[in-house]
Design a protein around this ligand. Structure first.
Ligand code: NAP
Length: 399
């Protein structure tokens, strides 16, 4: 009988046979799950464990079955079983339902979106030295312009807010504007940077860079930077040093963790031209969304980019990409991002040996010259196979 992951004295207690809920998701979600899940199950078995995956629904499937895109029992299961894995969920542009992904992150307080980005040898890249990029993005997941506080042009809410901003605070906003709000708090900013610093300490990484747009948005993004330095100084004192005070040994990665900060637009250039100088990147929500996809391009594209939404003792793992609707049902999309998100889940359970097996199986498959179309079309050396065949090859290479 599979058991639940629990928390004992504030720490995760993971049985060898945990129940783990999964959401197949919209678009390419179901075919990616079919290609990815056998590898995750086998990696667990080969390392002496057993995952009991339990299907839960969200998105179009949930709406069809239950009349709602995000049933309460889905959120309850994600909360109760502590670790879950999901496929992408569609969000219409400019109207319709609000993002289910954002709703899940907010409801479960999954405050850190963690996205490791490093190159798998053999994957194509538009840059000359993709191997120099080895970073982990920590994206704040609950605030910023993604908080969903928006009012359409001409509504009483937008008109009322604009009236206040103009009459009381002396602004000159066009009364017909739409209005969005960008909340950023000390609590949410600090817990995100704290999570980034904890990883840097645990993995002995050389630097944490705060990526912000504080030159323009001084009291939101500027405050994120100030709070980031504060948490490093106050909670990780001897272990960290601001870049301006770093010694030669610190700068070479042989001393303390160097705390850097970069303005977001510059950061896009830095990661292309000087990727080796960066390690952990901590940033607000919107910056993190943009930068994650740009970095994914350097390692072959969104088909290669895994991710996790982490809270305190609860986590939802998902690829960085969306539903890729044009590939849905066509056996073309790359399941690697989901497979590698699953490997992150195995690590989170404390099963790093199983996570490593999965990552090695992906590496071996690309080293054999086997890839899906998104990678193969960028090279003359890789052979393109479908989603299912790629998943089967990774499964075969798992040992
Ligand atoms: P997307 O689904 O990530 O797809 C953008 C492009 O990335 C695709 O057209 C394709 O590029 C490439 N791609 C993505 N996943 C791939 C895969 N597994 N294998 C191969 N190529 C892949 O982004 P979108 O088209 O902007 O968004 C579509 C829907 O997904 C929207 O409703 C959006 O809200 C939603 N979304 C959901 C999540 C989530 O669930 N967390 C995240 C992002 C977006 P090429 O066209 O160049 O082949």
């Amino acid at each position: 009988m599979p058991r639940e992951i629990t928390v004992v004295d504030g720490r995760l207690s993971v049985p060898d046979d945990p129940v783990i809920p999964f959401v197949e998701g919209d678009g390419v979600g179901p075919e990616l799950w079919a290609a990815a899940s056998p590898t995750l199950e086998k990696a667990a078995r080969e390392t002496g464990r057993n995952i009991a995956f339990k299907k839960i629904v969200a998105g179009a499937e949930a709406f069809k079955d239950k009349g709602t895109h995000l049933p309460g029992e889905t959120l309850d299961a994600m909360r109760k079983f502590r670790a879950s894995i999901k496929g992408p969920l569609a969000t219409p542009v400019g109207g319709g339902i609000r993002s289910l992904n954002v709703a899940i992150r907010q409801a479960l307080n999954l405050y850190a979106c963690v996205r490791p980005i490093s190159h798998v040898p053999g994957a194509p890249s538009p840059v000359l030295r993709p191997d120099l990029l080895d970073v982990v993005v920590f994206r704040e997941n609950t605030e910023d312009v993604y908080a969903g506080i928006e009012y359409a042009s001409g509504t009483p809410e937008a008109r009322g807010l604009i009236e206040y901003l103009n009459a009381v605070l002396g602004n000159e906003i066009n009364p017909k504007s739409a209005i969005g709000v960008k909340p950023m708090s000390e609590t949410a900013s600090k817990r995100l940077v704290r999570a980034a610093l904890n990883l840097a300490v645990k993995k002995k990484l050389p630097s944490v860079t705060l990526v912000h747009k504080g030159n323009i948005m001084k009291y939101t993004e500027g405050a994120f930077r100030a709070w980031g330095y504060e948490v490093a100084r106050e909670e990780f004192g001897d272990l960290t040093v601001p870049e301006s005070e770093a010694s030669e040994a610190d700068a070479k990665g042989a001393g303390r963790i160097v705390i850097k900060d970069r303005i977001a637009d510059n950061m896009f250039m830095q990661t292309l031209l000087r990727p080796a100088e960066y390690s952990v990147l901590a940033m607000p929500n919107l910056n993190g969304d943009y930068l994650s996809d740009a970095l994914a391009a350097q390692i072959g594209g969104l088909g290669m980019a895994p991710g996790a939404n982490l809270g305190d003792n609860v986590a939802v793992f998902e690829a960085t990409h969306g539903t890729a609707p044009k590939y849905a049902g066509k056996d073309i999309a790359n399941p690697t991002s989901l497979i590698l998100s699953g490997a992150m889940m195995l690590d989170w359970l404390g099963w790093e040996d199983a996570g490593d097996m999965v990552r090695n199986a992906v590496k071996k498959t690309l080293a054999e010259g086997i890839a899906t179309n998104d990678l193969a079309r960028q090279t003359t050396t890789l052979k393109a196979v479908g989603t299912r065949a790629f998943g089967e090859r990774v499964l075969k290479n798992l040992s």
